[in-house]
Structures are given as C-alpha cells and as structure tokens.
Design a protein around this ligand. Structure first.
Ligand code: NAD
Length: 489
C-alpha cells in the first residue's frame, strides 16, 4: 500500500473520510502516495484550532518564538538528503536541483530568526511637549499559504518562518501534486517544538482553497501559482477582507548583447531555460539576441540543448528531469506545434522523445524555437516547460522594447560587458527581478521576491522586510505624561 498523506491539525496527523488523489512520480508514472482532499468542515476545524493557538502564541516573546525555528533549521540540514530525494521523486527535478532548492529554503528560516530586530517599530519622543508616539507591529491571526508544485520544499518556506516568527499561526495548503515534501517538512516542524496549532497543514485542491478563502478567521493569504489562479485568489481573498499577496506566472526575457562573454552566457542560459525542465517561474524563456550575438548564440545554445542529459533525477549524470504530468507534456507539445504554425522554426525538437528504462515518464526534451515573431501568441504565452524561444533585435533599445511588451514582469536579464548598457537595462526593463550577467535572478531571502505586472497581485511581496510587513499590522500609540504628574519619591 502506498503512503497516505494526511493533514496536520492541532499538533496531530489527522485522517478524515474524504476523497483522495494519487501522487505520481513523473519520471516513471508510478503511484507513490495518496493525498487527502480536505473538505470544507475540516478546513474550518483547522482554522479555528489555529486561531486558538494564535491567542497564546502572540503572547510568547519574539525571542522565544524563534527558538523552534533554530531547531527547524538544524533538522532541515540533518534531513537534506531525504527531503531532496522526496522532491525529486514527486516533482521530477534532479537531485542536485532539489538540494539547491532546500538550501534556498533554509535561507528563509535563517532570515526569520532575526525577527526580534526585523519587527521592531518606530518611536518619537516629544512630538509635542510631554507627548510621545510609538508604532508597534502586531501579528494578524491565522494566515494561510496556497502553493505551486514546482518548488515543494522552498515555496512554503517563503512564508511560514516569517508568519510564525511575527506571532501568527500558519496554515499551509500545498500543491496536491507534490504533497509528500510538505508532509516531511511538517514532521520536522513537529520535532522542532512549535506549540500545537501554530503550524498546520491541510491538503487538497480547489474546494480546500475556497474554504480557506471564505473563512472569516483567515486574515491573510499568500499564493504562488499560475496567473489565472493568482487573479482568482487575489480577487476572492480581497473581497472577503483579507490581505493577499499572489505570485503568478511568467515569461522571462533575456537580452544577449554582442559584447557578452558568449561561452558563459550559453552555459548560464542553458541552465536557466532547461534547469528544472523549464518549470521555474524565473526560467529564461525568451532569448533576445542583439545584432551579431545572433549567429554565435544560436549555434551554441542549440548544441547545449541537444546535448543535455535527460532522465530520472536520482540517476547520476542526469541534467534535466521530466515535466510534472501527462497534461503538462501534452500542453507543452501543443504549444511547440502552435509556435511552428505561427512562423517559428523548431531548431531543436524535444517532442516525441523518451528516456530508456523510463518509457512511461512525462518527457519533453530541450526545445528551441527560432525566429519567434514577437507579435505571435507563442511569444506571450507561458509554456512552463523546457522550451527557449529566440528573437532578434537590432539595438538595445529595440530589445528593451520587446522586453517591455509582455504582460508579465517576473524577471528580465541582460548579458553584456558594458556597464552603460547594463545600467540602462536595469533602469528601463519593466520587471521586478533583474539579472545582469545572471540567468536566474532569484532574490536572496533578505530581499523581496519582486514580481510585477501579471506576475504579482498585491502590494507586499514574499521574503525579507516585505514579509514582516505583510504578516503584521501596525499599531500607533500617542501618549501624554504631563510633567506635573512627576513625583519625587
Ligand atoms: P496552479 O495555479 O495550477 O496551482 C497553484 C495552487 O493553486 C495549487 O495549490 C492548487 O491546488 C491551487 N489551485 C489550482 N487551481 C485552482 C483553482 N481553480 N481554484 C483554487 N485553487 C486552485 O500552479 P502550478 O501548476 O502548481 O504551478 C505552476 C505555476 O506557478 C506557473 O504558472 C509558474 O510560473 C507559477 N509560479 C510562480 C512563482 C512566482 O514566484 N511568481 C513561483 C513558482 C511558480
């Protein structure tokens, strides 16, 4: 019998009589677990339990609230191998990519351990004679996160450490396609010593999400996933009076100037476009070569794509795993075909290929679409697979205009050895995360993850100081202590 992924409510693993869904290893198509699809009334139970826990937890001094996070960090490090194997098995990425993911996750725990300093308020003495003013940060209550499949270890930890360190109780609804990593994280959170109800997990899909969005005791919702769902969650959560921060999809352009170090650029671009099988919201998905960069980059990236080793992520030497599901595979292959119909040339074709020994896996090999028309649909659609589109521009101005013509704004990068060109790009590119000679401009945990436009709905982003502001409300106190009341004892 495969393992059962349950909910973690009130400090215990809870099974309820409800529908389940298979969890599948995308490299082999084998069923590796079954996950509970939590019904509305169980979500309500979790939220009410979280609210009770919050009333105690918010009174625990911040210096004590971070102690379980220190233990959690150590537990994450001690269990790195097991967590990485779990990520590879349910999500498909390579073992090396899974280890890297967990290291970025741990960073967020480390940053949140600085909460005694990070959540400090403001004050002024004598705003008028004998009157002082202070601003405190107080937690909100129960906060929830609804997360995407592609970073099952990292995305929940973009939110959880900050939420609990600021004094909230936290409820996670992970992607039902990759619930095993979250279950492992919650085993470790349990060992780390959080009081019952402070960190909770409910599994499921849309019904579970809607129950979270509609529950009046949920005060804030963090979301990571596709743009249509991000818009839906932002709208419904806001209509219900909740704070919301919703990170959506992407189509990230990268400009390659003729003066770029072409070997380095190609190596980084291949990792960015095909790493995690292109299922990364910061994947390079459009390369815009400027002038003479076209010939050499096109040749080199085609070689890099064709020679990438695709396979099961726990096998040695594998550089790229499968995509998440048969539906994803079908969608990506259809989009490649539509790109071709819209005038692009399929320079490297990753369709209809498999991997020996894993014939049932969901394989799409690296693919390059050349001469993509910037006005075509394929130039604007998020493919979320190992497909790099090539476009060409005559000048940096034309390239920046192409960068700024998309509806998304998660990331834009440039490869150049000119400081002036890099500076112009940094200033003018319409995206919230910018890379200069960097292929995946993922902000460190102490910076906000700054998606813009259709890649983000909300005001305050995840991570760093934005997370502290998102998970707290400010209270301003003005107080008068007249001199005449002073006593000498
Ligand atoms: P998704 O939108 O399908 O699912 C995300 C979450 O929303 C899951 O927990 C899922 O259960 C839930 N959900 C799905 N449909 C829903 C609905 N109709 N109503 C309510 N809830 C629903 O996304 P995914 O396929 O898991 O992840 C891939 C997407 O996430 C890509 O578009 C990618 O760009 C994006 N992403 C963005 C970032 C970022 O930081 N901006 C990071 C990672 C992934």
């Amino acid at each position: 019998m495969v393992s059962q992924i349950l909910d973690f409510i009130g400090g215990e693993w809870v099974s309820v009589d409800a529908a389940r869904q298979n969890v599948i290893n995308p490299a082999s198509a084998a069923v590796i677990a079954e996950v509970l699809l939590t019904p509305k009334e169980v979500v309500a139970r979790a939220v009410e339990t979280g609210h009770k826990a919050f009333l105690e937890w918010r009174r625990v001094p911040v210096g004590e609230r971070i102690q379980p996070l220190f233990k959690f960090k150590q537990l994450l490090e001690d269990n790195l191998d097991d967590l990485a194997r779990t990520i590879t098995n349910e999500c498909g990425k390579t073992y090396t990519e899974s280890i890297a993911e967990m290291k970025r996750s741990i960073e967020n725990v480390e940053v949140a351990c600085g909460m005694p300093t990070m959540m400090q308020g403001l004050n002024n003495e004598d705003i008028a004679s004998g009157i002082d003013e202070h601003m405190f940060r107080q937690p909100l209550g129960v906060v929830a996160a609804i997360t995407a499949f592609n970073f099952p270890g990292m995305i929940p930890l973009w939110f959880l450490p900050y939420a609990v360190a600021t004094g909230n109780s936290f409820l996670l609804k992970p992607s039902e396609r990759v619930p095993m990593t979250s279950a492992k994280l919650f085993n470790l959170l349990q060992q780390a010593g959080f009081p019952a109800g402070v960190v909770q997990l409910v599994n499921g899909g849309k019904e579970t999400v809607d129950a979270i969005l509609d529950h009046p005791l949920v005060r804030a919702v963090s979301f990571v996933g596709s743009t249509p769902v991000a818009k839906y969650i932002y709208t419904r959560a806001s209509a219900n009076g909740k704070r919301a921060q919703c990170q959506g999809g992407a189509k990230n352009p990268v400009v390659i100037m003729p003066d770029a170090d072409m070997d380095m650029t190609t190596r980084i671009m291949a990792d960015s476009a095909f790493g995690c099988a292109g299922q990364r919201c910061l994947a390079a998905s459009v390369a815009i070569t400027v002038g003479e960069a076209r010939g050499i980059f096109t040749e080199q990236i085609a070689d890099a794509a064709a020679s990438r080793v695709v396979g099961y992520g726990l096998d040695s030497g594998v550089q790229m795993g499968p995509v998440i599901s048969p539906e994803s595979k079908q969608r990506i292959q259809t989009l490649i075909g539509e790109g071709e119909q819209q005038g692009a040339t399929v320079l490297v074709d990753g369709r209809q290929k498999t991997v020996n020994g894993y014939e049932d896996g969901y394989w799409v090999h690296p693919t390059i679409l050349d001469a993509v028309d910037p006005a075509s649909d394929i130039a604007k659609t998020e493919i979320f697979g190992p497909v790099l589109s090539l476009m060409h521009a005559r000048s940096v101005e034309e390239a920046i205009a192409l960068v700024n013509s998309r509806s998304y704004g998660n990331m834009a990068c440039i490869f150049t050895s000119s400081g002036a060109v890099a500076r112009k790009f940094r200033n003018e590119a319409d995206a919230g995360n910018i890379g200069i000679n960097i292929g995946v401009a993922a902000p460190m945990a102490y910076y906000p993850f700054s998606g813009w436009n259709d890649s983000f709905f909300g005001d305050l982003h995840g991570q760093g100081h934005h997370a502290v502001e998102f998970f707290t409300q400010t209270k301003v106190v003005v107080e008068r202590w007249p001199k005449e009341w002073s006593r000498t004892f």
